[in-house]
Write a protein that binds this ligand. Sequence first.
Ligand SMILES: *Cc1c(COP(=O)(O)O)cnc(C)c1O
Length: 405
Amino acid sequence: MMIDYSKYCSNTTRILIPSIARSLLKFVEDREIISFAGGLPDPLLFPINEIKEIVNEILTNHGSEALQYMPSRGILLYLEELRKFLYRNREINTDTSNIVVTTGSQQALDLLGRVLLDEGGYIVVEDPTYIAALNVFKMQRVKIIGIPIDVVGMRIDILEETVKKLGNDGKKIKFVYTIPIAQNPSGVTMSLERKKYLLELAEKYDFLIIEDDAYGMLVFDEHIDTTPLYSLDRYGRVIYIGSLSKVLAPGLRLGHLVAPAPIIEMIEIFKQVTDLHTSAFTQYIAAYAFKRRVIERNIQKMKTIYKLKRDTMIKALEEFLSGLAEWTKPIGGFFIWLKINREIDTDLMLPNAIKRGVMYVPGKGFCINEYCNNTIRLNFSFPSVNQIRLGIAILSEVIRDYTKG
Ligand SMILES: *Cc1c(COP(=O)(O)O)cnc(C)c1O
């Protein structure tokens, strides 16, 4: 008998759409293809030799702790090194008791979703926003309100109108989720003025802000203000989440959450239920990497290489796609957002691109209300400089052929 396994699956399984980028990643393994689709760091930047030394040192000196069960919130040595790291690099002045170590920052989002949200509640995100965060919020069955963005981030004036209007109907939002620096997928960075305006609104209309700082240390252009909302906040409105994925190695699966004590207490309980604790072994690795200043010593090189790749992509876009599309000019991060000057569906165009050997993520999946059928998210961190030039040239041909028809 053929069993229909879907009948055993929960209703939640029907809510989640698999990330398009993730389901397409399997094509990349198949053959030589230039991929602008993922969001992977350049593996040549992983400090492999240094991590090798560190692992040896840990197993020699701390083997019995690194391989043992440890407290849910994180191991003390790592919490203390992380606190100092956040102070040195992100102006975040906090106590170790306000930090929870998570299994990637993805888990921080998931835990926050469980701790803060009820079915039918309202939350606000940038439109477009990070698909993996959208999926976390969808799982909690909340109503997601998208606020458009421009070159200096979320339109806080539209946010204010929106919360006012909701308030008139007796409704409130729980939080605003934002990626203020080098946003995924748009590459846009929020101005200092908008950050201050957002904080004032949070206090005035009584909501929280979840700040996703995945790219806070990866800003290549100087003179840009990169102060986290967390350190500007005088009201206790901001929950900060960070990650080592983009500045050290995603394979370590290390993220963190900084929040007021009552939130931390709840997160700790849910963390225990979810996975008891994040790997003590990788926490030891990162603690030693912090002690040796591995990230701080590596970051300049990372910025130089990512800046070169961004510049290469912008230059190729100017050369091959002028007049045919518009794109953002990110000051950092991993992504450029491309909008084709025609009402074409980039989802339907994708097989043509793959056939010719390039891959991208159609923009639609990142969007709430904005019209995004004609948009594409382009990743410049993973492909090589040569692949970027060649891939954009091919992509321009694909677009030209497709828009001709
Ligand atoms: C890459 C990325 C992260 C990192 O997720 P991890 O689970 O820490 O690997 C978080 N937020 C955004 C917006 C990202 O692009």
